[in-house]
Design a protein around this ligand. Structure first.
Ligand SMILES: [Zn+2]
Length: 144
């Protein structure tokens, strides 16, 4: 049995779809971290009926829960204090995202006017599809 050192105070990101942990690691800029971070790959999860990845961060960092919810709302965030789970943060698919997704419509104001904010509203939480506020184009962001 593989033993993974527990963390004292920080964050455990669990139920990450297998293979996505490394991408999330770079999204969260954990490669630049000067504190302890563990990326654990291919852990069997009964709940997921397959493999998952886990990231353990031995530090309190600000996580963008909207962004994580957009990527995959089934990811779980555990806040650790004194080596125990102090809080579980529930993710949900955000209703509105600003400057995360880009509109692909070349005639859209966000393409024409470079400085306009990219504002999207949730259309379908199942598909995680979004509608551009300006041109109504539908975008399904890269999610897992
Ligand atoms: Zn648009």
């Amino acid at each position: 049995m593989l033993q993974i050192t527990s963390i004292e105070k920080g964050i455990v990101i669990d139920h990450i779809p297998a293979g996505f942990g490394i991408k999330l690691y770079y999204y969260l800029k954990l490669d630049k971290a000067d504190y302890t971070v563990a990326l654990i790959k291919n852990v069997y999860s009964e709940r997921m009926g397959g493999k998952k990845d886990i990231i353990k961060i031995n530090n309190e960092i600000d996580l963008d829960v909207n962004f994580l919810g957009l990527i995959n709302p089934n990811i779980t965030i555990n806040i650790i204090e004194n080596e125990k789970i102090a809080k579980k943060v529930k993710l949900k698919v955000p209703e509105k995202v600003v400057n995360v997704i880009q509109c692909k419509n070349p005639r859209c104001v966000t393409s024409v006017e470079g400085y306009a904010d990219h504002v999207f509203h949730l259309v379908d939480p199942e598909k995680r599809s979004y509608r551009c506020e300006y041109c109504d184009d539908i975008v399904i962001p890269h999610t897992v």
